[in-house]
Design a protein around this ligand. Structure first.
Ligand SMILES: [Zn+2]
Length: 166
């Protein structure tokens, strides 16, 4: 049919949440990591804000709404089934508001924020998988991308005994 309908039918595989930082694209590391994780030829929408998911976790209500709206547009319009959050070390957004004691502390804070963001995203988009990554920066480029562990949500089981007596 017409161009507009073709456009509406366009889908993508992933919604990528990442920092706006130019260094994320300096060198092929992040792109390679995504290809390794999801296979070549995958398409993804990108939500790119300072601090990646920082605004979703720590931002004011209006900022969080704006953030969720961007993700919602990707998930509902392009039917992406995975939201991949990429945080990175040496992030200016985090440096504005906190000082890390060392690399392990930084990694811990970033992982925690990914977990918090995943929880919020799962509440709003129960049908999407949320994956987390931390990109390690060195000399202004991504040198390594690590997957972070996001435990599966606990599924509430119906209480069989209570139901039997009901
Ligand atoms: Zn950043």
């Amino acid at each position: 049919m017409g161009r507009i309908q073709e456009h509406i039918a366009a889908t993508c595989d992933l919604t990528l949440i990442r920092c706006m930082d130019w260094r994320m694209d300096n060198g092929p590391c992040l792109r390679h990591a995504l290809v390794n994780a999801y296979g070549p030829g995958r398409t993804f929408d990108t939500v790119s804000l300072a601090g990646s998911c920082y605004a979703l976790v720590h931002g004011e209500a209006t900022v969080r709404e704006f953030f969720l709206e961007q993700v919602s547009t990707s998930v509902s319009l392009h039917q992406s089934e995975i939201v991949a959050i990429v945080q990175h070390t040496d992030c200016g957004q985090y440096k504005k508001v906190m000082t890390f004691e060392n690399g392990a502390h930084e990694f811990h804070v970033l992982s925690d924020d990914i977990l918090s963001a995943a929880k919020i995203l799962r509440e709003h988009f129960p049908n999407v998988d949320v994956h987390g990554y931390i990109a390690l920066l060195q000399d202004d480029r991504v040198v390594q991308v690590r997957r972070t562990d996001i435990p599966n949500p606990v599924v509430a089981m119906p209480n069989v005994r209570e139901r039997a007596h009901a």
